[in-house]
Design a protein around this ligand. Structure first.
Ligand SMILES: Nc1ncnc2c1ncn2[C@@H]1O[C@H](COP(=O)(O)OP(=O)(O)OP(=O)(O)O)[C@@H](O)[C@H]1O
Ligand SMILES: [Mg+2]
Length: 387
């Protein structure tokens, strides 16, 4: 009966219907999956209704509550008022009463937006050039984050042209980012677990079979991201270096962009080009440079790379072909006891720091002068890059 009245009012959509009082976990899953603005709460059992009310106040302040009851008596109404619920509806759900209630609820929802606990910890991994090791870094950093206490983390392979995460982990889930995008508008807590695979403590969504024609629309990306942000504390995204529209959109949303470079001139050249491009989109300030496959015999030193890029090299990750190869054969992360494994753990710890260390950009670019092939100078000038 209430559902008919709500449908007739035409200004609300019922996103989830419980035919019993759900437990805390079920209720919160439903709320996170569907992000409702209002809950119609039956007060048939006052005790159970009050438990849910307390949960709502604690976990999702701002979520509006309308009490619903088959019967109306003054004692019940008094209890509802005392509990702090301002709206009450009862059969026959008169259309005027329903619409007035909804108007008040909408007005309140606008002044006091719901706090759904959506994470801002979204990190993108961007290659300066193909094959510099970005997917390897993204995977191992995501695994290291997932090993931290009370972590809840997701890795999405958004390299739709040559995603490799599924292969690196030997995943055989037939579902991927493609299905997540196609179902973006209706994602819920029953569909999502089918789209991801648990690896250690990390949920992984691979990019699916080679499908060059597939494009993610903005609305699909938004639906996926909104859902993921309500469910995980940390989200890592592995990107292709092609700067597709969806890659740019997700980088705009990201808290930090990790640009992976190697100490080779072509990789550094493209890193500089990409930094310049991201600077024009006002995103250079959140780029952190990761130097992968670094070793002591490198011809180009981290200091020279900083000179060249105009941005600090936040972390150097060792060249460990054997370690990476062993991990690949076993379908898991790099050995955490190895030097490279420890560097990934350290990097994961730094990422999670509330206040990242600020590093001044050194604007002197002596080293850049050695490379006549670089057109002009790129400088992120007065911007600061955080580690
Ligand atoms: N730190 C490292 N030491 C040694 N080898 C590495 C390291 N990191 C990555 N590699 C190797 O580099 C190659 C490319 O790695 P990966 O696929 O992760 O790069 P990518 O930048 O994601 O490539 P793509 O541009 O295709 O997405 C792989 O053979 C991988 O094993
Ligand atoms: Mg890759």
């Amino acid at each position: 009966m209430l559902d008919h009245a709500l449908a007739a009012a035409q200004c609300v959509r019922v996103v989830r219907d419980f035919d019993h009082y759900p437990g805390e976990l079920d209720f919160m899953r439903g709320v996170r999956a569907n992000a409702p603005q209002v809950v119609f709460l039956s007060i048939e059992s006052m005790v159970k209704a009050m438990d849910l009310l307390a949960l709502i106040e604690r976990e999702t302040p701002g979520l509006q509550v309308v009490a619903v009851s088959r019967t109306v008596d003054s004692a019940l109404l008094l209890d509802v008022m005392r509990a702090g619920i301002r709206e009450f509806l009862a059969p026959p759900f008169d259309s005027v009463a329903v619409s007035e209630t909804l108007q008040r609820v909408v007005a309140l929802a606008e002044t006091k937006p719901i706090n759904m606990g959506s994470t801002d910890q979204l990190y993108c991994f961007l290659p300066s050039k193909q094959g510099v090791g970005t997917s390897t870094v993204a995977l191992n950093v995501a695994l290291a984050i997932s090993r931290q206490p009370e972590s809840s983390s997701l890795l999405i392979d958004l390299d739709l042209s040559s995603g490799i995460i599924g292969f690196l982990l030997k995943l055989n889930n037939s579902h991927s980012v493609v299905e997540a995008a196609e179902n973006a508008a209706t994602l819920d807590e029953s569909i999502w677990p089918q789209l991801v695979t648990r690896v250690e403590n990390l949920d992984v969504m691979h990019s699916g079979r080679l499908n060059p024609d597939f494009r993610i629309e903005s609305s699909q990306l938004r639906g996926m991201l909104d859902f993921a942000r309500r469910h995980y504390k940390t989200i890592c995204v592995d990107l292709s270096g092609n700067l597709e529209r969806y890659s740019l959109e997700i980088m705009h949303e990201a808290k930090r962009i990790f640009m992976v470079v190697t100490p080779e001139i072509p990789s550094l050249h493209l890193a500089r080009e990409k930094l310049g491009f991201l600077n024009r989109l006002e995103m250079a300030g959140k780029v952190t440079v990761l130097l992968n496959r670094s070793n002591k015999r490198n011809l180009v030193t981290p200091g020279q790379i900083e000179d060249l890029l105009g941005a600090p090299v936040a972390h150097a990750l060792s060249n460990d072909y054997q370690g990476v190869h062993r991990a690949l054969q076993a379908g898991r992360g790099v050995d955490t006891a190895s030097e490279l494994g420890r560097q990934f753990t350290h990097l994961a710890g730094q990422i999670q720091l509330k206040k990242p260390k600020q590093t001044e950009i050194d604007t002197k670019k002596r080293f850049v002068e050695y490379f006549s092939m670089f057109p002009g100078r790129y400088s992120v000038a007065d911007k600061k890059t955080a580690v």
